[in-house]
Write a protein that binds this ligand. Structure first.
Ligand code: UDP
Length: 328
């Protein structure tokens, strides 16, 4: 049994990680400012005596320091998330990601607590068209295009983490998460699967941005959190960065069609130009696919959910939630 801190534990991914660590018998501490996270994500766990939740920001040293002093390791997930959310809150997103990670690393360093930092496939920027490997160069767009500020802020978080590792001997591992989806992901911050599922279940138009030829690989959150825990537990992962994601690539147009098929919706699929969907200088990544050789070699990582299984799980969960909401 370990004492484990999860920053951002009330978020979508954090709540699934919390569930897994509690199942494994650990004492779990969460710090979350409930900005994009929600206690609703933890409703099914709050009665567990091994779960301790603190409402606060990681930048608040008075709150973070005592929590960090008592734990064996920290999963740092707290960050600004969601392309739409970030595009609408540019300054605070950059500040939040960089200051938050700095605070966590500084505090962890005082006790040399192992840190797993969740980063993002966004750091690969425009990519190369092929799958992205950890050794690839990062290709961001020009700074005037605000889209890339999120990618840069997370890349800076990675630099900071590895600087603590090299200069101060802090044990850190970085996980670059590709599109992670599943039950409880909110549609409020722009993520495509919860948005499409919500639209389909309401028989409203499904909003594909651009021509829908852009593609992504969607990984189920349960596969992802399993990998995070195995990385944390593996001594060879210290000082390393790993991609986590699914390698099955799908265009957003095909995704919309799958959502319509699985829900049996009457929704039509509509195509919205990027200029209409986003206010300023938006540039979408055309494709994003992880090379997962490195993590496969280390922990035998192999995703277990394909896209149909993922969409079916999200649809079933969303339908069940709606029934609860209307008191059926
Ligand atoms: N997308 C879309 N319609 C939506 C929301 C997103 O067509 O209502 C597209 C978006 O432009 C991107 C893809 O779906 O090409 C994945 O978007 P998401 O925000 O989920 O993840 P990310 O952009 O970080 O890959």
């Amino acid at each position: 049994m370990k004492k484990i801190l999860i920053t951002g534990g009330a978020g979508f991914i954090g709540s699934h990680l919390t569930e897994l660590l509690l199942t494994q018998g650990h004492e779990v501490y969460i710090i979350d400012d409930l900005s994009t996270g929600s206690l609703d994500n933890l409703t099914h766990l709050v009665d567990n005596d091994h779960l301790h939740i603190t409402n606060g920001r990681v930048q608040n040293q008075k709150i973070l320091a005592p929590l960090m002093a008592g734990v064996d390791e920290v999963f740092h997930l707290a960050a600004s998330v969601g392309v739409r959310n970030i595009m609408e809150n540019l300054v605070s997103s950059i500040e939040n990601n960089i200051a938050g990670t700095a605070a966590v690393l500084e505090e962890a360093d005082k006790h040399k607590i192992k840190v797993l930092l969740t980063s993002t496939s966004e750091v690969y920027g425009k990519g190369t068209g092929a799958s992205s490997a950890e050794t690839d160069d990062l290709r961001m767009g020009e700074t005037i295009k605000t889209r890339w500020s999120y990618a840069c802020s997370k890349a800076m978080d990675e630099y900071l983490a590895f600087s603590f590792y090299h200069e101060r001997g802090l044990p850190v591992t970085v996980a670059r998460l590709f599109n992670t989806v599943g039950e409880r992901q909110s549609s409020a911050y722009g993520m495509v699967i919860p948005r499409f599922v919500d639209q389909a279940l309401k028989n409203e138009p499904i909003t594909v941005y651009g021509d829908g030829a852009q593609s992504r690989c969607f990984g189920h959150v349960k596969d992802v959190v399993g990998a995070l825990v195995k990385l944390m537990d593996h001594s060879e992962a210290v000082g390393q960065v790993y991609n986590i994601g699914n390698t099955e690539e799908i265009s957003i147009k095909e995704l919309a069609e799958i959502v319509v098929k699985i829900t049996g919706s009457r929704s039509e699929i509509v195509y919205i130009p990027y200029e209409k969907a986003f206010k300023t200088g938006f540039e979408d990544a055309e494709s994003r696919r992880p090379n997962i050789d490195k993590i496969q070699k280390l922990i035998g990582y192999a995703p277990t959910y394909d896209i149909e299984a993922i969409v079916s799980a999200v649809v079933a969960h969303t339908r069940a939630e709606e029934q609860v909401a209307v008191g059926v």
